[in-house]
Design a protein around this ligand. Structure first.
Ligand code: ADP
Ligand code: MG
Length: 297
């Protein structure tokens, strides 16, 4: 393609809300034969809702949620937002304030940790608790399994290194996800899901959207490793994601595509930004590149 064609292609993209950062990104997109999708916020709506809480402590629900929200209010993660929203509803005040959290730590792809009052709060997945030597009791395991079977994610809450409750959150697929996967298939482009979420929930969502290959419980670096593995086996890979946890993979991919509604770090790491946050725009971007690089040579 001529420099003019690339400029036109980039301009057409911009007018449709597909921000292409430079000619190389536009060129690489037409070679893509495999798209790796993040799950939460990318294939799913990304606004999870708390649907169930099981307490394994004597605390009342509001007391429990005050501690959890105090920690999670510092996190950008959609799960954190869902938990804070739910905690707000348990309070009467219009503008609830939580106890102040100290020593807040966000562990990408795992959860959060903070001190609230004299208590240590850890909120996240099984591996986060394992990393802190918190044993998950059998009844908590059962609650997790039940949630996963319903395509929900069970979030574990540890208070002073004891599992104090499990919060079930639900985050259904975007209405367009299934169709986008099916169109990509018709373009001979393979779709893969890579997620930090657990295998049970990931498989349930993958089935709903028509993705056959799933990689779950992947840490941010592992997401990038999977992208590199695919490249090593000959694939030209586009990575689509929205989170901090996706940025290493967005950088590793031949084309990194960030959801516009995603975090700034993902947007910076990406080659293409889907400003309207529509998954259909993955196809628009590839199509635009194909048109630009097949038409004029
Ligand atoms: P995804 O790849 O699906 O976007 P992440 O890698 O961001 O998911 O997170 C993986 C898992 O880690 C989540 O499914 C959740 O169980 C847990 N997690 C991450 N961040 C948080 C948080 N702030 N609070 C609670 N759990 C979290
Ligand atoms: Mg995500």
């Amino acid at each position: 393609a001529t420099p003019t064609a690339v400029m036109v292609g980039t301009g057409v993209g911009a007018s449709q809300g597909v921000l292409i950062k430079g000619g190389q990104a536009l060129e690489n997109a037409h070679k893509v034969n495999c798209v790796v999708f993040d799950k939460t916020g990318t294939l799913t709506i990304g606004k999870p809702l708390v649907v169930n809480t099981k307490l394994l402590t004597n605390m009342v629900l509001r007391e429990f949620y005050d501690l959890v929200a105090a920690a999670e209010v510092n996190s950008e993660h959609p799960v954190a937002k869902a938990i804070v929203e739910y905690a707000k509803k348990l309070r009467d005040e219009e503008r609830p304030t939580w106890p102040e959290a100290k020593e807040f730590l966000s562990i990408a792809g795992h959860g959060v940790k903070a001190s609230v009052g004299n208590k240590e709060i850890i909120v996240g997945n099984k591996s986060l608790l394992a990393d802190h030597n918190v044993a998950v009791p059998v009844d908590a395991e059962e609650i997790l399994a039940e949630a996963e079977a319903m395509a929900q994610t069970g979030i574990l809450v540890s208070i002073d290194r004891q599992v104090a409750g499990v919060i079930a959150v639900s985050d259904p697929p975007k209405p367009s996800s299934q169709e986008v996967i099916s169109i990509l298939k018709s373009m001979n482009i393979r779709s893969i899901m890579v997620t930090g979420d657990n295998w049970g929930t990931a498989n349930s969502i993958a089935k709903e959207v028509g993705i056959e290959t799933v990689i779950a419980e992947a840490k941010p670096e592992q997401k990038a490793e999977r992208v590199k593995d695919l490249q090593a086996s000959g694939y030209r890979v586009a990575m689509v994601g929205d989170g901090i946890n996706d940025s290493p993979a967005l950088v590793a991919a031949d084309v990194g595509m960030a959801i516009g509604a995603g975090t700034d770090i993902a947007i910076e790491a990406a080659d293409i930004v889907l400003m309207k946050s529509n998954l259909e725009d993955v196809i628009i971007a590839i199509d635009l590149s194909r048109k630009t690089f097949y038409r004029i040579r």
